[in-house]
Design a protein around this ligand. Sequence first.
Ligand code: FMN
Length: 174
Amino acid sequence: MLKQIKSDIYHLLHPKMAFFLTSVSKNDKPNVMTCAWATPVSEEPPVVIVCVSKESYTAELIKQTKEFVINIPTKKLLGALWICGKISGRDTDKFKRAGLKIIKAKKVKSPVIDGCVGHIECKVWKTVDAGECYAFFGNVISAYADEKYMRNGLWTKEAEIPLHLGGARIVYFR
Ligand SMILES: Cc1cc2nc3c(=O)[nH]c(=O)nc-3n(C[C@H](O)[C@H](O)[C@H](O)COP(=O)(O)O)c2cc1C
């Protein structure tokens, strides 16, 4: 029997990959938050959307500098993923708190997170007010992945990428 779903309707669309979304302020101060709401929307040109709460510091920064980086982690970074998803970078250095090392990105000022297996650097070309979130449409400027975990353009099961089911539940891509 099909049961009517009245709350957390979005859980029907999970699991979704949980990743680190990095951004930067006008004066080059970086931030990171955990994000799961993202999707490709165009292959040619390559465009992705990230959906970010209007209340987050990340939304403020992306609106300021119009860029972001998607950093895809493995199981090893699960602890950091929770930390970056629970506290705001407004008054905390989350990189330090979560023990994350940053590296310079190739084409944008937002940093890349060391130990992640895939990165998508984006410049925002359109922002849509989507209710409680902004949907930031990002033109993909550069994308690269660890060849140990991505073969022939596909993730291998060794990558063990965290997939968010909802709430505190994570499963792994295997
Ligand atoms: C697994 C997981 C997935 C999340 N996905 C999103 C998301 O897709 N969009 C969003 O706005 N917040 C999401 N969050 C919540 C943000 O990470 C959280 O509000 C964070 O503290 C914002 O940080 P900031 O204020 O430094 O930007 C998620 C949290 C977790 C733990």
